[in-house]
Write a protein that binds this ligand. Structure first.
Ligand code: TNX
Length: 522
């Protein structure tokens, strides 16, 4: 009788144990190849088990590199708030003990390049290998997306922090993958820009183009021309108080981006889109008279005087100060929609400004409009509207950044019911933003001509971070995937399922996103 009772108890325990195991089985990932990672990795092999991140785990960095230790700390800072584990980063000589995350840069795999990585996950260890700390940084974004969405929460959450096992080998299709933020039409402060940079980092993007000047505002302090910001930065669309970045604040943004392996590309738009400067300094105007500040949203009505020497002195000073603050290789001269500059003045103007940029050691980028001028050999044209201009740029050996408005302009409304945004380039639903190939969109322009892809966010209608997020999510992850994942591996029907599973991640990050009906949100 006693014996029998004990047998029952054992059986009951076994049953409970089995149920618990089963419950945890259905809840946790076991198939790495089914994980909804964005951008989709180039190659994934699943091994069917799981790694569990536990209290006491460490992040181990091979060798003593301060840079790699810093990248390790970035990972720890992602993992610690939600897990509450207080994971530390330590240097090691060889493979660390079971339960750890191991970051190493032997630098021997040419296939994956500077940004690629290899991730090997076993039941024992998560090993991330790359040629450079930058590759480790990109790979960390994959680890992040393999953990439960709650990892993005900012406070401690009870959870089994598991990752499916297997290997991932991954590297980008294009070297330039970015977004543009228009801080001129409406001004956004340093904290907003940093949050935006964090969004780019999540999706392995590496460039943030800041549209720093336009008719409505001048947003970067230039010490030799102080009235640009004092007066020219004092308002914005709708007549608000505007604002600008001091040089210290701009450097803070540059450094924050650099820590995330993101290059800042500053744009000073000219000769059009210059009313804020023309209002601040009368001598820059063709008629020598300062204009009024402008708070509307029309384009194409302003021009610097292209004939006066003072204009080139002004541009040289601005580009010199900006190049000293900007470690990245590019300066963007704008050049778009200069409708009141005569063509015969525009052409030599753009040629001369390119020389100024080159004299300060930087590579020039301009909107596709600049292709009607003579382009420098290493110039980059940003295609946004005219295929003819993009082809003209390629015929001059320039590289192209693909920003076709009808696909990548994340300030376009999703559909006719979207209250924010503009729609001059049409409505851009989430599928339209994703379902295209940069290498085949414009006849005459192939992959070899293309530096990469960029999603511009113009801010005529956007006044705060919540509104920015609504326009950017969920289109930005799709643009990031176009830049990273080979076109042959992408299709909308498969992508939309992965995107739907990212919804809980957006929520955990407190992102205000557009819940498109086209996406099966979880
Ligand atoms: C066109 S795109 C512009 C911008 C506007 C944008 C609004 C480009 C090079 N110029 O000045 O803000 O449309 O979508």
């Amino acid at each position: 009788m006693i014996f029998k009772r004990r047998e029952n108890t054992v059986a009951a325990f076994v049953m409970i144990f089995m149920t618990v195991v089963q419950m945890s089985c259905t809840k946790t990932p076991t198939d790495l190849s089914k994980e909804p990672i964005i951008p989709k990795p180039v190659s994934v092999t699943a091994t069917g088990d799981r790694f569990r991140l536990k209290k006491g785990a460490g992040i181990y960095v091979k060798g003593e590199s301060a840079e790699l230790m810093q990248v390790g700390q970035y990972l720890a800072d992602i993992l610690n708030p939600a897990t509450g584990f207080a994971i530390e980063v330590k240097s090691t000589d060889g493979e660390p003990r079971s339960g750890s995350i191991y970051l190493t840069t032997p630098g021997t795999d040419s296939k994956i390049g500077n940004e690629g990585y290899e991730l090997t996950i076993t039941e024992d260890i998560v090993k991330l290998t790359a040629n450079s700390p930058e590759g480790i940084f990109r790979g960390i974004q994959t680890i992040r997306q393999l953990l439960p969405a709650d990892i993005e929460k900012s406070s401690k959450t009870e959870k089994s922090w598991e990752i499916a096992t297997g290997t991932i080998t991954d590297y980008p299709a294009y070297s330039y993958r970015g977004s543009m933020l228009d801080v001129a039409r409406h001004f956004f402060g340093v904290d907003d820009v940093k949050r935006y940079i964090d969004f780019l980092a999540c999706y392995k993007m590496n460039a943030l183009h800041l549209h720093l000047t336009d008719d409505q505002g001048w947003r970067i302090e230039i010490k030799s021309w102080p009235n640009l910001t004092e007066h020219g930065g004092s308002t914005q669309v709708g007549g608000g108080k505007g604002g600008f970045y001091t040089q210290e604040q701009y450097k803070d943004i540059v450094n924050y981006a650099a820590d995330r392996y993101i290059t800042i590309i500053p744009e000073i738009d000219m000769p059009g889109h210059t009313n804020a400067a023309l209002s601040s300094y009368p001598e820059l105007n063709p008629d020598g008279k300062a204009t009024e500040l402008y708070t509307g949203i029309d384009v194409g009505f302003s021009t610097l005087s292209t004939k006066k020497e003072i204009t080139y002195k002004f541009i040289d000073d601005v580009m010199r100060e900006l190049s000293e603050l900007t470690p990245g290789p590019y300066l963007h001269l704008g050049g778009d929609e200069s409708h009141v500059t005569k063509k015969e003045d525009y052409i030599p103007f753009v040629a001369r400004v390119q020389d100024i940029v080159a004299a300060h050691g930087k590579r020039v980028i301009g909107w596709d409009d600049i292709a009607i001028s003579t382009l420098k050999a290493n110039a980059v044209a940003q295609y946004w509207s005219k295929a003819e201009n993009a082809n003209l740029a390629v015929s001059q050996n320039a590289k192209i950044i693909m920003s076709p408005a009808a696909r990548t302009y994340v300030d376009m409304k999703y559909d006719s019911t979207t209250t924010l945004g503009l729609h001059w380039a049409g409505y851009v639903e989430v599928d339209a933003a994703y379902n295209w190939d940069p290498a085949t969109l414009v006849p005459g322009i192939g992959k070899d001509n293309i530096l990469g892809i960029e999603a511009p966010l113009w801010s005529e209608t956007l006044t705060n971070m919540n509104e920015i997020e609504y326009m950017v999510f969920p289109r930005l992850p799709g643009i990031a995937e176009i830049g990273w994942t080979p076109a042959s591996m992408r299709n909308w029907d498969e992508y939309k399922v992965r995107l739907g599973k990212q919804g809980e991640r957006f929520s955990a990050m407190d992102i205000n996103y557009y819940e498109s009906d086209l996406v099966p949100w979880i």
